[in-house]
Design a protein around this ligand. Structure first.
Ligand code: CU
Length: 158
């Protein structure tokens, strides 16, 4: 009985995720990368509290048979964009960001994340922030990252 219920919950979660992608994933998961099988989804930036720094999250999926590497990230709103790892209570710059064949690179709240520094303007909820992802092999992918509320949780959509 309990087992059946867990399966039902898992199915509901998957369905919710699929609906969320249908609703807001079309503009930020560009199809420009068909050549090497990379696609970007689940991108968002919580409205930053700080005037100088902001975090961003996304998932890069690799459907291809060859791995790739995220080499650097740029954005017109920030003087510098790096990928940070969360280590305990502190953050440090991640060195190598592999996107394995048939795998994904997940940047999510509480884990690895994009760090926008030297902000040129402060993003507000409802804005879109253009972010360019540069790879070792695949040509750059531009993502229009929606700015959500400061407390946005992608699992609930609020
Ligand atoms: Cu950080």
């Amino acid at each position: 009985m309990r087992r059946v219920r867990q399966i039902a919950v898992a199915t509901a979660t998957v369905l919710t995720g699929a609906l969320a992608l249908t609703a807001c994933g079309s503009s930020d998961s560009g199809d420009s990368s068909a050549d090497a099988g990379l696609s970007v989804g689940s991108a968002y930036m919580p409205q930053p509290v700080s005037d100088s720094m902001a975090a961003g999250f996304l998932v890069i999926t690799n459907k291809g048979a060859a791995g790739d590497v995220l080499t650097h990230v740029t954005s017109d709103i920030a003087g510098d964009v790096t990928v940070h790892k969360t280590v305990g209570q502190t953050m440090e710059e991640a060195e190598r960001l592999d996107i394995p064949a048939h795998g994904e690179l997940v940047l999510q709240s509480g884990g690895d994340h994009l760090m926008f520094e030297q902000l040129k303007r402060k993003p507000r909820e409802g804005d879109k922030v253009a972010v360019q992802l540069h790879f070792a092999k695949t040509s750059p992918i531009t993502v229009e990252m929606p700015v959500k509320s400061a407390t946005y949780n992608p699992k609930t959509g609020h």
